[in-house]
Design a protein around this ligand. Structure first.
Ligand SMILES: [Zn+2]
Length: 358
């Protein structure tokens, strides 16, 4: 056990404003160390990714918890990788995860097969109620995915999702990209605290398609609907992002929707890369901070563990950030996590060790 002290660099205050770091101290399982940082290094208390997919069995398409941890993600929301018929994993480890349970009995395991929503009978509904009651602490809410079959299927999913979520008093997360329903009708049916994930997609039914869709989303956000980025391979469009942010619609949470297929590959890569991309697209640094630190941890009621730290170093180099539609924004660089300490465990350290304290 020892103390690691970091001098220099920048950090965020409570409001998400940048301030100079004079000293940041954590207890680690290593010896005492002192490190001095570059002026532009950013110290964060850890990262939280609101929408990920975790690998749990040979059938899941998620990434390993350890890979996520190495990227600095200490808290996460697993968004519908498992369904209501699957056993709920409860093993406590880092990243500290909360689950969105898919309304499909076995979640999103068998990608990319497209299946119509089978519906729920009374005993299914009772089973879901029971699962959520039993695991309330580990379940964030219910997840549905629109845009798979047709408008009737979407409408059935949305109606059932809201009904069940209301019955068991949890929020509903709606994957909206490619939806066959008018975006206005989706927003209108959601309740405060419900989540729109892939909010900035450019596929069928996107929110920047008309002024009435934009207006309905604005009103929805005022009513308390939560907007999540959920970048993924196909769910982010620069055009949509610029139209929505131009009228002040910003994401509450910035997330990757990471899977084995997108891990360490553009357009997703990892959470630091997605943040760098949105920064290049003009999103203020404070919105990014709230999007990966305060908002997801508060929403999921999963605080970042103490004695944790992520240090981002900005690599200045002309960087192309593609969206899902072939549009590219160019940025002056990108952040990489050079230090990750999770609850005292050194997960990653690319800094040269400093002077040992006596
Ligand atoms: Zn997802």
């Amino acid at each position: 056990m020892g103390t690691w002290q970091f001098e220099g660099g920048l950090k965020f205050d409570r409001n998400g404003s940048l301030v100079m770091n004079t000293r940041w101290t954590i207890t680690t399982q290593d010896d005492d160390q002192e490190f001095s940082l570059r002026n532009t290094d950013l110290l964060l208390p850890g990262l939280a990714d609101f929408h990920v997919h975790i690998h749990r069995s040979t059938h899941t398409l998620g990434v390993s918890p350890h890979a996520l941890l190495r990227s600095g993600v200490l808290v996460g929301g697993d968004a519908g990788t498992i369904g209501w018929r699957d056993p709920v994993p409860t093993r406590k480890s880092l990243p500290n995860l909360k689950l969105w349970i898919s309304l499909f009995p076995h979640g999103l395991k068998h990608h990319p097969t497209i299946v119509a929503f089978p519906g729920l009978n009374t005993s299914d509904t009772q089973h879901i109620e029971h699962v959520i009651e039993q695991h309330r602490h580990d379940i964030a809410g219910i997840k549905i995915r629109l845009g798979q079959i047709d408008a009737a299927d979407d409408a059935r999913l949305l109606k059932t999702g809201i009904l069940i979520a209301e019955q068991v008093h949890v929020p509903l997360m709606v994957h909206v990209s490619g939806s066959f329903l008018p975006p206005e009708s989706i927003v209108e049916s959601l309740r405060p605290g419900d989540v729109i994930t892939h909010a900035f997609h450019g596929l069928r039914g996107h929110f920047a398609q008309s002024s009435s869709a934009i207006k309905s989303l604005e009103d929805g956000v005022k009513r308390g609907i939560w907007l999540d980025v959920g970048q993924g391979s196909r769910h982010f469009s620069w055009r949509t992002f610029h139209r929505l942010t131009a009228v002040g619609i910003a994401p509450h949470t910035i997330s990757t929707d990471i899977t084995q297929a997108t891990w360490h590959q553009p357009p997703v890569y990892d959470l630091s890369y997605v943040c760098s991309k949105l920064y290049a697209g003009g999103l203020p640094l404070s919105t990014i901070y709230h999007g990966v630190v305060t908002h997801p941890t508060q929403y999921l009621e999963r605080p970042l563990p103490p004695h944790s730290l992520v240090i981002w170093r900005y690599r200045s180099s002309y960087t192309r950030f593609p969206d899902a539609e072939g549009m590219v924004e160019v940025g002056p660089g990108y952040w990489r996590p050079i230090v990750v300490v999770a609850h005292g465990h050194i997960v990653r350290n690319l800094l040269k060790k400093g002077v040992k304290i006596r």
